[in-house]
Write a protein that binds this ligand. Structure first.
Ligand SMILES: [Mg+2]
Length: 228
């Protein structure tokens, strides 16, 4: 009997990569307008290199990029980049289609809902609030709660404990096979791969189920619970 659903946040509930791409595009336009005389594609490659090296949550990406590219920070260009990135980010962060309907339906079915994210707590909550998801979850765990990242068992086990369910009574849904699926499976949970959020061209997710739209989780729960 499935009694709880645990969601990953970025690229599972929220279209994080689209937000990132659109915000970076806005920053590139603004920095060129402020005097950065380089082709957009070249700037994007440079910014992506910084993200690859420092992590996707890195906050000083434009400072680093400009230092590497120009040998120094031009503050007119930096301000243009940061300001335009932030302004675009506000408007670009969205849930995937059917996320709100799905979490409401799952709640109606009596399921308990949780989020496990590897993102920093403050950033995760800002994204949850910005997309109006703040009232749905019984448990929200972020990196600071266990100081371990998925696929480490700690965040999964803590979520299960807080939800008061056994591993076999919970489904984990996420877009990152090596972290979300492997970690959840290891502790004995059922797994659903969010194929729609996959940005890594995953071929074998290793999950029990794969879905192309988040609302498919409702049918999976019904099937698991013998309700269909
Ligand atoms: Mg994710």
């Amino acid at each position: 009997m499935i009694r709880a659903i645990i969601f990953d946040l970025d690229n599972t509930l929220l279209d994080f990569m689209r937000m990132k791409e659109e915000s970076v595009s806005a920053a590139i336009d603004a920095m060129r307008d402020a005097g950065l005389d380089l082709p957009p594609l070249k700037i994007r490659e440079g910014i992506e290199t910084v993200y690859r090296e420092k992590g996707i949550e890195y906050q000083n990406v434009f400072d680093d990029y400009l230092t590497r590219t120009l040998g120094t920070i031009n503050y007119k260009i930096l301000a243009a980049g940061i300001f335009s990135y932030r302004r675009a980010k506000e408007g670009c962060l969205r849930t995937y289609p059917f996320v709100h309907q799905t979490v409401i339906e799952l709640t109606r079915m009596g399921l308990r809902l949780a989020v496990i994210s590897d993102a920093p707590r403050r950033e995760a909550w800002l994204r949850i609030y910005a997309t109006n998801l703040q009232h749905y979850f019984d448990v929200v765990l972020t990196y600071e709660d266990t100081h371990e990242r998925k696929p480490h068992p700690k965040p999964f086990l803590l979520a299960l404990k807080k939800l008061n369910v056994a591993p076999g009574e919970a489904i984990m849904i996420g877009d990152w096979a090596e972290r979300d699926m492997v970690g959840a499976k290891k502790v004995g949970m059922k797994t659903v791969f969010a194929r729609y959020g996959d940005t890594m061209n995953t071929i074998h997710s290793g999950a029990d189920y794969e879905i192309d739209v988040v609302s498919d989780i409702v049918g999976i729960v019904k099937k698991e619970n013998g309700l269909d």
